[in-house]
Design a protein around this ligand. Structure first.
Ligand SMILES: NC(=O)NCCC(=O)O
Ligand SMILES: [Zn+2]
Ligand SMILES: [Zn+2]
Length: 509
């Protein structure tokens, strides 16, 4: 872990040595920058007190007790919110190497100030899963929330979903349509889950791949003697993602409840989402940064470890898919960008050296997302700075119902802020990143636009390429149900009922 340039309080470093509290001034002024919100960009100062933004306006004058950060020529934006991470997750006979401290420290170094992780039930039990994740998250150094996966169905699960929503601050549930024999669920369960989500005002999320067909595809590859990481991509082609996306969308339409499709990786899935949205259905599509900026060519790398580090599901696709996802983001067909940060070291990836089915699935991204989206989308001219804020922060806050506390630079919002210098550059390497993973799928990527300062909860946690983070300082953010996607659902139900052809009155009934 020699690449860790941050101070882990209580883990081998004294407070004074690493200066953890040197920047703990509760008053901050960010001066002279261009403040970017999703709705507006303007020249203004930002004044912060006790973790909250107090004022956003030009020429704010402050006293000597206030720490002043010069942002002239730079963008001052809401910190990123990553809607899709897996920290300290037990998965495929391994546990991800980033826990809630190291993963969040990496996030902060890359300009992300909140994430929403997937709490996984314990043997199907939601309450036990929630408690386990609460424990995992005790070391948090930035704010976080939880989605919860649903992996089996019975009355207890149905009741616990209500407790999660009404008492525990969870407003989204995820259904895996793949990973047969592990967390995969069938259509029967998805239908029950969609109905329950609707009644609770919770957002249903799907990992959309046809898990039965994936198993068939895997068998075919093994029979053909294709056992390496390329077999992963070949065994689960885009058509299986398209099929499951279409199925989930139609089931959600049948129930009339909003749907969120996680890690949209292919044109096939994208086209299903576009069709549904164009017909007025409430479907959110989340590409992740790996699918947005990479192609699958490295899965054919002759070096196993190099190839295996790109193994995730759905797979990173052939060239052409990424460009289409970028275009869909820029035109509004897709709404926000996540990472699916789920990292395994080379030794863990080596579990699948003889059989790609045993390679733990997952790639990095929590630290790189903000830079890569800026470089790929804004620097290339595909989106504006205001779009960037919407796709990396604001829309996530809206969907998970925590806007404008999060996702905005407004008086009253949490002081989660980044200062990005568009004229500075960044370079990605496993030798300098802050994640615990020993590889990086973006190794050697150089780009423009660098996050020079990250402020989380009103504290400067990243400045001069140095992290100042405190385990336990991150807060759990409760997310209320009935987000904006639920507006009009009841009216649509009433319209549907009144549109039904009158039943026939029969003499014998
Ligand atoms: N995506 C992936 O390969 N790993 C994490 C689990 C999931 O999101 O499917
Ligand atoms: Zn998934
Ligand atoms: Zn995931």
């Amino acid at each position: 872990e020699s690449n860790h340039q941050f101070c882990e309080a209580g883990i081998g470093y004294g407070e004074s040595q690493c200066g953890i509290y040197s920047s703990s001034s509760t008053k901050l002024l960010i001066k002279g920058g261009t403040v970017v919100n999703a709705h507006l960009q303007e020249l203004a100062d930002v004044y912060v007190e006790d973790g909250i933004i107090v004022a956003v306006k030009p020429n704010i004058i402050v006293g000597d007790d206030v720490t002043v950060l010069d942002a002239s020529g730079k963008f001052v934006m809401p910190g990123g919110i990553d809607p899709h991470t897996h920290l300290a997750m037990d998965f495929m006979a391994s546990q991800t190497v980033d826990d809630f401290f190291s993963g969040q420290a990496a996030a902060l170094a890359g300009g992300t100030t909140m994430h929403i992780d997937f709490a996984i039930p314990v043997n199907g039990n939601l309450m036990a899963g929630f408690q386990a994740y609460q424990n995992k998250a005790k070391v948090s150094c930035m704010d976080y929330g939880f989605h919860m996966a649903i992996t089996k169905w019975d009355d207890l699960v149905s009741r616990d979903m209500e407790i999660m929503v009404k008492e525990k601050g969870i407003n989204s549930f995820k259904f895996f349509m793949a990973y047969k024999g592990a967390v995969m669920v069938n259509d029967d369960l998805i239908l029950e889950g969609l109905k329950r989500c609707k009644s609770l005002g919770a957002l249903a999320m799907v990992h959309a791949e046809n898990g039965d067909a994936v198993v068939e595809g895997q068998k075919k590859m093994i029979e053909l003697g294709i056992t390496g990481p390329e077999g992963h991509a070949l065994s689960r082609p885009p058509v299986l993602e398209g099929e499951a996306t279409a199925r989930a969308i139609r089931l959600a339409s049948f129930v009339n409840t909003p749907l969120y499709v996680v890690h949209v990786m292919s044109i096939d899935a994208l086209e299903e989402i576009a069709k549904a949205r164009n017909s007025g259905q409430k479907v959110i599509g989340e590409p992740v940064v790996s699918g947005l900026v990479l192609d699958d060519s490295e899965l054919w790398n002759p070096d196993f470890i190099t190839a295996a580090k790109y193994v995730m599901s759905p797979p990173i696709r052939a060239s052409g898919h990424a460009k289409a996802l970028q275009a869909a983001l820029s035109t509004g067909l897709l709404q926000l960008v996540g990472t699916d940060h789920c990292v395994f070291n080379s030794t863990q990836k080596s579990l699948g050296i003889d059989d790609f089915r045993k390679i733990p699935n997952g790639v990095n991204g929590i630290e790189e997302r903000m830079h890569l989206v800026w470089d790929t989308m804004v620097e290339s001219g595909q989106i504006s700075a205001t779009d960037y804020v919407r796709l990396t922060s604001t829309e996530c806050a809206r969907i998970f119902n925590i806007y404008p506390r999060k996702g905005a630079i407004l008086a009253g919002s949490d002081a989660d802020i980044i200062i990005l210098n568009p004229n500075s550059s960044f370079e990605i390497s496993s030798s300098s990143h802050h994640s615990r993973i020993d590889t990086n799928i973006y190794e050697g990527w150089r780009g423009k636009g660098k996050v020079e300062v990250t402020i989380a909860g009103g504290r400067v946690v990243w400045e001069n390429d140095e992290l100042k983070v405190v385990p336990g300082s991150g807060k759990y953010i409760e997310m209320p149900p009935f987000n904006y996607l639920f507006n009009g659902i009841e009216k649509a139900d009433a319209r549907y009922l009144s549109s039904l052809r009158a039943p026939v009155k029969r003499s014998n009934s």
